[in-house]
Design a protein around this ligand. Structure first.
Ligand code: F6P
Length: 328
C-alpha cells in the first residue's frame, strides 16, 4: 500500500509480543496499555503473538492489568513463532480476528520476523500496525538497541565472570557460546565487557589457526587461561573447542549459555527503552502513522518505515574486535 496515512481516528488498539521473548517486553506492554488508556483508547491483548490472532485468543487490558510487571522478564501476553502466519491464508484469518474485535490498529513488539508479519498484514489486509523492537539479538535497523538486548548482555557477562573463576583456577581454555542467530551483538559486547581473549562473530571471518597460534605463544609466555566467546551464528562452540584441542593439545571446556540470556529481571536500560518505545508506538497510531517502526537513535525516538527496518542491520564490530585483541 502506497499511502501509509489512513486518516481515520482510532478507538481501540491491540498489542502483541511475537517471536523470541526478551526481558523488558512486559515494560513495553505496560507502557502501551497505560499510554493508550491515558489517550482514551481501549486496549486488547493478543495472546501468543500472531498465533492469538489466528486462534482468536484476545483479552481485554486495562491500567490495572499491567500492574507490577515492569520488573518481570518474559511476556504476560506469551509469545510464539507462528508458522501459519507465514501463509496468506493464516494472515487472512488474523485480519478477520482484528476486524471482529473492532481493533483499529496493532502494536507489534518483536524481532525481524514479527516486523515482516506486520508489514504483510498492513499491505495485504490493511491492518494498521506500529512496530517496536523486542529481541535480544539487537539486529533491527533504525534503533541503537532492542528490548532485551542489554539484559542479555548483562546475563552473559555474569556467566562469563563466574566461568572466569574456574577457568583461571584450573588453567583451561573455555569456549562460551552466546545467542545471536545472525548477529554478533551479544558476543562482541560480552567479549569486550568480560575481558575475553577472543570472539567469533558472524560479521567477521575468523582463522582458527591464527587463534591457536596466539594461544600457543601466550602459553610460552606463561599465560594460563583463555576465554573465547562464540556467537551462535558464527560457529558451534563444541566444534571450535574440539579443533582448538586438536591444534594446541590443550584442554578445553565448552559452555553454551542458551536461553538464560532471554530471561531475568530487565536492566534499567531495557525498562527505560521499552517504556519509551511503548508510548512512541501508540503515538504513531494516534497520528495515523502506519507501517512504521519506532526505535531510539542517539537517545532520541527514531521512526522509519517497517520495510526499511526489516533490511539486514549492519552491525559495526571492527573497533570492539581490535580492542579485544589488543587488550588480550
Ligand atoms: O530471539 C532471538 C533468539 O534468542 C536467537 O538469539 C536464537 O537464535 C533464537 O532466538 C532461539 O530461538 P528459540 O527460542 O525458538 O529456540
Amino acid at each position: 500500500m502506497k499511502n501509509s496515512k489512513l486518516k481515520t481516528p482510532i478507538k481501540k488498539i491491540g498489542v502483541l509480543t511475537s517471536g523470541g521473548d526478551g526481558s523488558g517486553m512486559n515494560a513495553a506492554i505496560r507502557s502501551v496499555v497505560r499510554y493508550a488508556s491515558h489517550n482514551g483508547l481501549e486496549v486488547a491483548g493478543i495472546m501468543r503473538g500472531y498465533q492469538g490472532l489466528i486462534d482468536d485468543d484476545i483479552i481485554s487490558l486495562s491500567h490495572r492489568s499491567v500492574s507490577n510487571v515492569i520488573n518481570k522478564g518474559g511476556t504476560l501476553l506469551k509469545t510464539a513463532r507462528c508458522k501459519e502466519f507465514f501463509t496468506r491464508e493464516g494472515r487472512k484469518k488474523a485480519a478477520a480476528t482484528v476486524k471482529r474485535h473492532g481493533i483499529d490498529a496493532l502494536v507489534v513488539i518483536g524481532g525481524n520476523g514479527s516486523y515482516h508479519g506486520a508489514h504483510l498484514l498492513f499491505s495485504e489486509w490493511k491492518v494498521p500496525c506500529a512496530c517496536i523492537p523486542g529481541t535480544i539479538d539487537n539486529d533491527i535497523r533504525g534503533t541503537d538497541a532492542t528490548i532485551g538486548s542489554d539484559t542479555a548482555v548483562n546475563t552473559a557477562l555474569d556467566a562469563i565472570d563466574k566461568i572466569r573463576d574456574t577457568c583461571t583456577s584450573m588453567e583451561r581454555i573455555f569456549v562460551i557460546e552466546v545467542m545471536g542467530r545472525d548477529c554478533g551483538f551479544i558476543a562482541i559486547e560480552s567479549a569486550l565487557g568480560g575481558g575475553a581473549e577472543d570472539v567469533l562473530v558472524p560479521e567477521l571471518k575468523f582463522d582458527l589457526r591464527k587463534i591457536c597460534e596466539r594461544i600457543k605463544k601466550g602459553r610460552l609466555k606463561g599465560k594460563i587461561s583463555w576465554i573465547i566467546i562464540v556467537a551462535e551464528g558464527a560457529a558451534k562452540a563444541q566444534a571450535i573447542a574440539a579443533k582448538i584441542t586438536k591444534i594446541t593439545r590443550l584442554e578445553t571446556r565448552v559452555v553454551v549459555l542458551g536461553h538464560i540470556q532471554r530471561g531475568g529481571i530487565p536492566t534499567a536500560k531495557d525498562r527505560i527503552l521499552a517504556t519509551r518505545l511503548g508510548s512512541a508506538a501508540v503515538d504513531l497510531l494516534l497520528n495515523n502513522q502506519y507501517d512504521k517502526a519506532a526505535g531510539i537513535v542517539n537517545g532520541e525516538i527514531n521512526v522509519i518505515p517497517v520495510r526499511e527496518a526489516i533490511k539486514k542491520k549492519d552491525l559495526k564490530v571492527d573497533n570492539f574486535y581490535r580492542l579485544i585483541n589488543i587488550l588480550t
